[in-house]
Design a protein around this ligand. Structure first.
Ligand code: ATP
Ligand code: MG
Length: 341
């Protein structure tokens, strides 16, 4: 059985970018493939403090992250769906160390996300921030995951994972790891034309990020729906004066059209033709703001109905499964590198 795997780091409140790029893709794929694939959805909680966070909030944020997965539509009663915390599966950290020793400093240094994040957090660039793509490689390779629904920003890390896995398979002359599918195949598997990148509402040249300190740039899943409505109304657009889908010249407008399409489960071409030739950015914003507001109200209602006890039960089952699979893979790698007979 193949494995489809993804996770959303619990640091700040997830945004609709995370929802659309990761949660929703995963729920769609689970609906399509859970009868004959393992669906692993985990919270990468060890990744949470590669950049500074408020540690007193972390535990609750992780539990909330699990509630979000369930509210997004993952069916925890399906025996092929596994929900777990990275920190409760010790093999992630152990494999990450081994992979570290087969990853070149030069290749890890090329990661653009490290460069970007180290500019943002110039006063606290940790080794953990540098190292996190290798922990991410361990997260994927432990389970032989072939498909990893991700946003566009993570494809470079996926490529690194493929390189490390190929290198180790060659060096030890065996299929230690399944090589995850390349970007093009991943995107096709998600039924997309290219990787998804929801833009910042303030600067649509950038992606929406949950760790952004500019509240206006992002819609968080816990935002008050009326506040979210206002954020969409004040989103940066352009001065072209006509509604077109053109990510290069009109990224703000195109971003709004993308959000509308994905939240309403429509076809992008249909949404584009609804607005073709129209000139009122205010009308478009009102429509998208209404969609976002309704989405948040509905989503938050679902989250409020999930109890902590339910989360504990889901995690107990998911973590038992994850440990059994990950321990076997770790033992295989330990044998290959000479730590076990
Ligand atoms: P941070 O600012 O803390 O890095 P983030 O918003 O980039 O937060 P991550 O936890 O790094 O979120 O990523 C979780 C998942 O969400 C990944 O699959 C990532 O590709 C996806 N994702 C993040 N931002 C976007 C976005 N703007 N559009 C689409 N997908 C996104
Ligand atoms: Mg990120």
């Amino acid at each position: 059985m193949q494995t489809i795997l993804t996770g959303v780091r619990a640091n700040e409140e997830p945004t609709i970018g995370n929802f659309l790029g990761a949660y929703k893709s995963m729920v769609n794929l689970a609906n399509e493939h859970a009868s004959d694939s393992h669906i692993n959805m985990f919270v990468p909680d060890l990744h949470s403090f590669t950049t500074p966070i408020d540690h007193s909030k972390l535990y609750d944020q992780v539990i909330k992250g699990i509630k979000y997965y369930l509210a997004a539509g993952l069916d925890a009663n399906n025996p092929n769906i596994h929900i777990y915390r990275q920190s409760r599966v010790h093999a992630h950290s152990e494999l990450a160390w081994i992979l570290d020793c087969f990853t070149y400093f030069g290749e890890a240094s090329r990661m653009t996300q490290f460069k970007e994040k180290s500019e943002e957090h110039a006063d606290s660039i940790t080794v953990g921030l540098f190292n996190y793509p290798i922990l991410m490689a361990a997260d994927i390779l432990l389970y032989d995951a072939k498909y990893i629904p991700l946003g566009e920003d993570q494809f470079q890390h996926l490529e690194l994972t493929r390189d490390i896995a190929t290198r180790m398979n060659n060096k030890f002359n065996q299929e230690l790891f399944t090589i995850p599918a390349p970007e093009k195949e991943q995107v096709k598997f998600m039924h997309l034309e290219k990787g998804l990148r929801i833009r910042s509402l303030v600067d649509p040249a950038k992606k929406m990020s949950k760790s952004s300190t500019n509240e206006k740039s992002k819609i968080s899943l816990s935002d008050d729906p009326q506040q979210a409505y206002k954020k969409i109304m004040s989103a940066t657009t352009d001065s072209e004066g006509v509604i077109r889908f053109d990510m290069i010249n009109q990224p703000g407008i195109s971003n709004l059209l993308t959000i509308e399409t994905l939240l309403t489960d429509r076809d992008i071409q249909d949404v584009i033709s609804d607005w073709a030739g129209q000139t009122s950015y205010g009308d478009l914003k009102r429509k998208v703001a209404e969609t976002v507001k309704n989405f948040l109200a509905d989503f938050q209602e679902k989250v409020s109905q999930i109890s902590d006890e339910e989360v504990e039960q889901v995690l107990a089952r998911g973590e038992a499964y994850a440990n059994s699979v990950a321990d076997q893979k770790l033992a295989l790698v330990q044998k290959a590198v000479g730590l076990r007979k």
